[in-house]
Design a protein around this ligand. Structure first.
Ligand SMILES: C[C@H](O)[C@H](O)[C@H]1CNC2=NC(N)=NC(=O)C2=N1
Length: 101
């Protein structure tokens, strides 16, 4: 399904609302690393995000080791960042609440 990539202005405005996220050097993805109390907390978080990702048909790239979850958001169908990444990032921020690594 085709979806438009954000313009530079849209991307910068979105990032201003997502201070926990880092723009990847190529500008095509954003990332955030989270650290939880233990694996159970990390996996509970991942489960909540997975359910939301399925609902939205928009899925994170992520890597988990024990209590750490590294997340990359990009839209393959847009070849870069789209509004779907911004929406998922905001959901993740709400679920993660201060679990920054
Ligand atoms: C067929 C299916 O709708 C697409 O492949 C969806 C699934 N999840 C997706 N997730 C992400 N991150 N980017 C996409 O472009 C994407 N496309």
């Amino acid at each position: 399904m085709a979806i438009a990539a954000l313009t530079d202005t849209e991307r910068n405005d979105a990032l201003a609302m997502l201070p926990a996220w880092t723009l990847r050097e190529d500008g095509l993805a954003i990332g955030r690393t989270l650290r939880f109390a233990d694996f159970g907390e990390a996996f509970a978080f991942m489960t909540r995000v997975a359910i939301e990702a399925e609902k939205a048909d928009h899925h994170p790239e992520w890597f988990n080791v024990y209590n750490r979850v590294e997340i990359t958001l990009t839209t393959h169908d847009a070849g870069g960042l789209s509004q779907r990444d911004v929406t998922l990032a905001r959901f993740i921020d709400a679920v993660a609440r201060g679990a920054d690594a």
